[in-house]
Design a protein around this ligand. Structure first.
Ligand SMILES: *Cc1c(COP(=O)(O)O)cnc(C)c1O
Length: 386
């Protein structure tokens, strides 16, 4: 069996409400940061239960600003996971600091709190950036215990809406950074958010997100604004547009409905693949709420001819969009050559990457799409059984 059309790996769930909201912004004549962004920030802060939400144009920008607000500087060490996207570690390099990688747990692929505890005994660490891979939360209680006084910035690019126990990710640490990139669970095309309860840090992030100029500079072309402003630091240009803010507001209103659809899809995948010996379904703690940004399937490379690579190619040939998350950072040329890493320096990350393949999971998928993915996976396993 074979789909006649390609099923994309990810698609945003945007419709008429998003179109209308964006059209209103364009008609209003105010396209950049303004009332829509402020309303999106207020709604987002309320949703996650944080005192402050600062909208920026990416999660990368959000993490950069959080590190800057903590005063991380050249030569500092920031502890993070190698099992993540480029953004998590590049922001550490932006400030001249160095990433201190710690390997992941083999089950969830989240950073291993025991290794974090060991690392902070051996090194002076300025901050810790855990990543909630796929939307399954890190063990934040164990991490906090290991971290002691070291501030934590959560990379929550996959973790909306994720709950640790009953608590939504968004106010569990000093900073939480979200992504609204095109493929994420809430999308504004490009966008990000910093949430924090820290007043001074929130102020600093806001100022540095807009050239380091004095507060409310975005108002300077409005009736209540003033032409005067002070530059207090060489800041960045990380503000979000009102076009994106309006999209974000609509998307936030349907976030839980979109999540519920992904839960259904994950349950169907689990039921179909849970008993297949060559496959391993994603680990999750039933006490938590998985956001299901990704469905990270793992294959048994020894039992499938050609292993993961052939399996991924075969799915593509059956018109199923797949992806692989992630090539561990220490295996990329920049980190390998700068820090002299070998793949075996973080053996769990290297091994699990070699057998990972992510399946499509997004709310616009129809039941027939889900059935096509399941049929294709089962056929590819059958065809490659060693
Ligand atoms: C997508 C992603 C980011 C970066 O998000 P942007 O909004 O594109 O900057 C950061 N971390 C992880 C784990 C991601 O998947």
């Amino acid at each position: 069996m074979m789909r006649t059309s390609f099923l994309p790996f990810a698609l945003p769930d945007t419709g008429d409400a998003e179109l209308a909201a964006v059209a209103d912004v364009i008609r209003s004549g105010w396209l950049t940061t303004g009332t829509q962004v402020r309303a999106f920030e207020a709604a987002f802060a309320k949703y996650v239960g944080a005192k402050h939400a600062i909208a920026v144009n990416s999660c990368t920008a959000a993490m950069h600003l959080a590190l800057e607000a903590l005063g991380v500087k050249a030569g500092d060490k920031v502890l993070t996971t190698p099992y993540t996207f480029a953004a998590t570690a590049e922001v550490i390099r932006y400030l001249g600091a160095d990433p201190l990688f710690v390997d992941v747990r083999p089950d969830t692929l989240n950073i291993d709190p025991e290794r974090v505890a060991d690392a902070v005994k051996k090194h002076e660490v300025a901050a810790i950036i855990p990543v909630h891979i796929a939307g399954e939360p890190c063990d934040m209680d164990a991490l906090r215990l290991a971290a002691g006084d070291i501030p934590i910035i959560e990379d929550a690019a996959h973790a909306l809406p994720t709950r640790l126990g009953g608590r939504l990710v968004g106010n569990l640490s000093r900073f939480t950074c979200f992504s609204f990139y095109a493929t994420k669970t809430l999308s504004t095309g490009e966008g990000g958010m910093i949430t924090t309860d820290d007043d001074a840090a929130a102020d600093r992030c806001r100022i540095m997100s807009l050239h380091g100029i004095s507060r409310d500079a975005w108002k300077r072309y409005t009736a209540e604004g003033s032409w005067a402003y002070d530059i207090i630091a060489p800041g960045y240009k990380y503000n979000l547009t009102d076009i994106a803010g309006a999209l974000g507001l609509v998307q936030l209103g349907k976030l839980e409905a979109m999540w519920r659809r992904r839960v259904e899809i994950a349950a169907r995948y689990d039921a179909a693949f849970g008993s297949i010996e060559e496959l391993q379904i994603p680990a999750r703690n039933p006490a938590n709420q998985h956001a299901w940004h990704l469905y990270m399937l793992r294959v048994d490379n020894a039992r499938l001819r050609g292993g993961r690579d052939a399996f991924a190619d075969a799915l593509r040939r059956k018109n199923i969009g797949i992806s692989v998350h992630f090539i561990p950072l220490h295996m990329h040329p920049y980190y390998r050559d700068t820090y002299g890493y070998r793949p075996e320096d973080f053996p769990i990350a290297a091994r699990e990457f070699s057998r990972e393949v992510s399946l499509p999971i997004y709310s616009r998928m129809s039941d027939a799409d889900v059935a096509d993915v399941i049929a294709a996976v089962l056929e590819c396993v059958d065809a490659a059984r060693a």
